[in-house]
Design a protein around this ligand. Structure first.
Ligand code: ADP
Length: 593
């Protein structure tokens, strides 16, 4: 794996290498130059001194006075650090500052002497065979009458020059080291100065990547980086702006979806849920956590819905159907509309399901249908009977006065029944209309008055059937209600309680206030009602015991009227009953205040 190196470790070592190599080159060059400079100066100096000595030596050369020459050479060495040597053209040394000439070798082969014997100035740096130290030699040819008579060689030990050069070089090196340290510190500082803003930008970019788009990068001093930082900041700003817009749009979209009364579910081609609004979750009784990314089948568990979905996916066409769902034993009817979801290039990417809870609507439609059938049936039965008896009368049935009277009584009874049905139907539609246009005349009345007048209303029937009616009610108990309507409701229940009770039994009415409600209970000890009828008892024409109801002249509308009156008052009616154990009907309406 390629190892990434931090920028500072890329920059800094390069700087160091450049600094050290340059300093090394410069130091070598300077030391070389200084060495050359010193040698050149010493050489010039020696040459000058040689020329000065040359004239004094010349006076002792014609003829050569070896002693005086040697002494002269030794005198020179005493006052300067120069060594002077005089050599005859045959290489013989006749005077020297340091040694006795007789002890010295022939010098003819010394390089500087060889050059000088050619009439030129000889120059050489080498170790002295006599003194065993490094020396600089300058040899001058001495002429008398254009004839080379001898060679004057002046020399100087290079030790002191070398020491000076060494000293200068070490100073140069020291200075170089100092400059190197200074330069490396400066370059470290510079490297950091370049790398730090880049590091900061890197950290900033990491924050952007993590979604912290409100973070802003500082603009570094390097103009290119400053521009880059500005561009990155601008990008982050625009990105944040766009994300906010997208989020807002998503929130708005979700708010719209959430507040829809229709259930909306989006599924992909694999029928996995993409989106599902609150209403759909409630309609399908699904857990919000479980619904996401699950298959719609797992959530709905409904074969008809699955079939509808598959049909839509395969055909790509709109499908709509009522689908029954059973939840906790209750049937729920959902109208399911499936539409193919298409992307920008019209490719099917799933299905949009819109759910409408039509349970109530369908129930109402059924009730309306049943109601129409029931009304026709209820009216047709007495009409058929009347028609039959009229025909019997027309075709001789009236001949016998006894039969005539009996038939007319029966016809009269059927006409009464028809009248009762029509009265009740009209009563129902009156309540409905009053409720619709909010004409219920709700005034505060004592509940006891209401109970007393209902008992009064039913007293003759109660007497007839030998039923005792009792009541208990706090005289101060009052509630706002429409007196006529509420009396009608109480009479209907009391009438039933008396009708469906055995002779010589009792009916008890008890009124009480519970919280913000007033409850009026009607308890009888009659035949009771099976549980399966309880829910439908308040529907129009619904009878628990058809034969007995007809026999007793019931229309099957009494309790429907009670229910409507209670609802119109913002209340309700309920039943508790078991066959053979009597029934308890309760009207509850909002209490006063
Ligand atoms: P109906 O005119 O037949 O009495 P209602 O709407 O008043 O019609 O009552 C509906 C049905 O409820 C009745 O047919 C009867 O079967 C049953 N019912 C009502 N009240 C009682 C009661 N107190 N005891 C037993 N059954 C009752």
């Amino acid at each position: 794996m390629k190892k990434n190196i931090r920028l500072i470790w890329q920059l800094y070592p390069s700087y160091l290498v450049i600094i050290f190599v340059s300093l090394l080159i410069v130091s070598f060059y300077i030391s070389g130059y200084i060495e050359q400079f010193f040698i050149h100066n010493t050489e010039k100096d020696l040459l000058t001194k040689g020329h000065l000595i040359k004239h004094q030596i010349m006076q002792y050369l014609s003829p050569p006075d070896k002693d005086r020459i040697d002494r002269f050479c030794k005198n020179i060495a005493a006052s300067t650090e120069i060594r002077a040597t005089v050599i005859l053209p045959d290489g013989m040394v006749i005077g020297d500052s340091e040694e006795h000439p007789a002890k010295m070798n022939n010098h003819k082969n010394r390089p500087e002497i060889l050059t000088s014997l050619d009439g030129k100035v000889g120059f050489s740096i080498r170790e002295s065979e006599t003194l065993r130290i490094k020396m600089m030699y300058v040899a001058l040819p001495l002429f008398a009458d254009d004839r080379l008579v001898s060679v004057l060689r002046v020399s100087i030990p290079l030790t002191s020059i070398n020491n000076t050069i060494g000293l200068v070089q070490s100073r140069v090196m020291l200075m170089g080291l100092f400059i190197a340290i200074l330069a490396s510190v400066v370059s470290l500082f510079m490297s950091r100065r370049i790398s730090r803003p880049i590091e900061e930008m890197k950290k900033g970019a990491e924050k952007f990547a993590k979604g912290e788009l409100d973070h802003r990068l500082h603009e570094p001093f390097i103009s290119e980086l400053a521009e880059l930082a500005a561009v990155m900041n601008q990008t982050a700003f625009q990105l944040e702006d766009r994300i906010t817009t997208v989020k807002n749009q998503k929130n708005e979209f979700e708010a719209v979806l959430a507040s829809m009364t229709e259930g909306v579910v989006g599924v992909d081609r694999d029928q996995k849920i993409i989106t599902m609004n609150r209403t759909a979750l409630a309609m399908l009784d699904a857990d919000p956590e479980m619904a996401v990314k699950r298959s719609i089948h797992e959530v709905s568990r409904n074969a008809s819905l699955n079939k509808l979905l598959e049909d839509t996916i395969q055909s790509g066409e709109h499908r709509q159907e009522d689908v029954s769902f059973f939840q906790n034993g209750d049937e729920k009817i959902l109208n399911v509309k499936c539409t193919a979801l298409k992307n920008a290039v019209e490719k099917n990417i799933g299905v949009l399901i819109v759910l409408n809870d039509v349970t109530q609507l369908r129930r109402l439609e059924n009730m309306r249908r049943d109601f129409a059938a029931n009304v026709s049936h209820e009216i047709k039965t007495p009409l058929t009977a009347i028609k039959g008896f009229v025909e019997t009368l027309r075709f001789g049935g009236a001949d016998n006065p006894e039969d005539l009277d009996r038939f007319l009584t029966i016809i009269d009874k059927h006409v009464d029944r028809l009248t009762a049905i029509i009265d009740d139907l009209m009563q129902l539609s009156r309540i409905e209309r009053k409720d619709e246009i909010q004409q219920i005349d709700r005034k505060v009345h004592p509940v006891e008055d209401l109970i007393q007048s209902s008992i009064q209303h039913c007293s003759s029937m109660a007497r007839e059937r030998k039923i005792a009616v009792h009541y208990t009610c706090d005289p101060d108990l009052a509630a706002p209600f429409d007196r006529t309507l509420m009396e009608q409701a109480a009479v209907n229940i009391l009438d039933n309680a008396i009708k469906y009770s055995e002779e010589n039994s009792a009916v008890t009415i008890r009124a009480e206030r519970k919280g913000d409600r007033v409850h009026i209970h009607f308890q009888d000890h009659g035949i009771g009602i099976e549980e399966k009828h309880h829910a439908r008892l308040f529907e129009r024409f619904y009878r628990a015991d058809k034969a007995r109801s007809r026999k007793l002249g019931g229309t099957g509308l009494g309790l429907a009227i009670v229910k409507h009156i209670a609802i119109a008052h913002g209340g309700d009616v309920s039943v508790q009953s078991k066959p053979g154990q009597g029934s308890r009907f309760t009207i509850s309406i909002p209490a006063e205040g």
